[in-house]
Design a binder for this molecule. Sequence first.
Ligand SMILES: Nc1nc2c(ncn2[C@@H]2O[C@H](COP(=O)(O)OP(=O)(O)OP(=O)(O)O)[C@@H](O)[C@H]2O)c(=O)[nH]1
Ligand SMILES: [Mg+2]
Length: 411
Amino acid sequence: MKERVILVALVKNNRERYKKIADLEELKALTETAGGEVIGSFIQVKENPSPRTLLGKGKIKELKEICEKYHIDLLIFDNQLTPSQVRNIEQETNVRTIDRRALILDIFARHAKTTEAMLQVELAQLNYQLTMLTGKGEQLSQLGGGIGTRGPGEKKLEVDKRKIRERIYFLKKSLEKIKKTKELQRSQREHFFKIALAGYTNSGKSTLFKALTKENVYISEELFATLDTNTKAFEIYPNIKVLITDTVGFIKNLPPQLITAFHATLEDIKRSDLIIHLIDATTENVEEKINIVQETLKNLGCDEEKITLVFNKIDLLFEKTQYLRLKRKYPEALFISALKGTNLEKLKNFIRKKMKTFLKRKTLKIKKEKGFILSYIYRNSYVIDFKENENEYWVKILAYPQFIYSLSSQI
Ligand SMILES: Nc1nc2c(ncn2[C@@H]2O[C@H](COP(=O)(O)OP(=O)(O)OP(=O)(O)O)[C@@H](O)[C@H]2O)c(=O)[nH]1
Ligand SMILES: [Mg+2]
């Protein structure tokens, strides 16, 4: 049976309350992705949050009554909670309580499929637990403990912390090993033009990946459907391949533990020659989401010059106004529908333009007795023109410089 959930948020004033509604919509989608059923939401407007329970005393009481009446199993706070706040709220409402960060970690844990993703998620979860335990320790010493509580309590915490640290050490070692294998793969791919798909969760990255590579990947309206990077080649010109990588999506306030743990995965974005920042053009607060992704990319150390904005899902933009507004505000951006295939040719042309300096044009003169090499050339380059006379073939090609270089010793 689905857990029955109430979403809770605290905002400073009425203006923020209005903005919070979109955040709660997102929190609802996250909750549903995690398998919960949202029964309602609860917002308190209060200038100063209570250090004990975030919400004020009266509101907590009100919340407790609602939880009893509607048989609520779980409270999910949009605001970040301290460990002691979690405990106090649980004590006073009798309902299990988590915050947005814990919810996102839970979704990541559900969706991790490959060994690497599972190790990364566990690492993020343990680091998160460690911060929560540290908080609990502080709480205990602040209370002064007392006979029978403080001593053993702290001791148990120390044991827990030590076990967690040991496991973290093990996970980091295992991830190191995977990283080495990945490095090897990367070096083999070094000379290809590399594209990364980045963007807010649910913007359609995997759908675009599938449209370009014809690869069957998992696509879903759930948030964070993709946690594992997936790299595939597709031909941008006949016989000229580029590599494209589908990655994990971003979200507002992504727990920092996840960014750290997924570093190896996100490294693929940084190392790309072109980053396609894909945006769901139909979503609420588009600009805010664009800024969150741009900010995350910047923090990862991505070169801004490499980032291109691409608006997706234009098949759903029935109203022209949103389209025109975005076009005016982001004149350089492209507009596509990954699902319907609209403007994919435009996107490919854009990629071709971007990779101009990565490819070389060359006219090869090949003696007829070396004609056997032609099939090798045809397989690895885009033949623009072909002529022959009695003794020679003239082949005008477009190819990666490395390929042209490899030919020089053979013709
Ligand atoms: N109408 C429409 N729907 C789209 C389009 N592109 C993607 N979708 C839908 O949007 C949802 C999310 O698509 P995904 O490709 O899984 O998105 P993602 O960016 O990979 O999401 P995460 O992996 O969760 O970060 C799915 O239900 C898709 O069918 C589009 O161009 N038009
Ligand atoms: Mg995806």
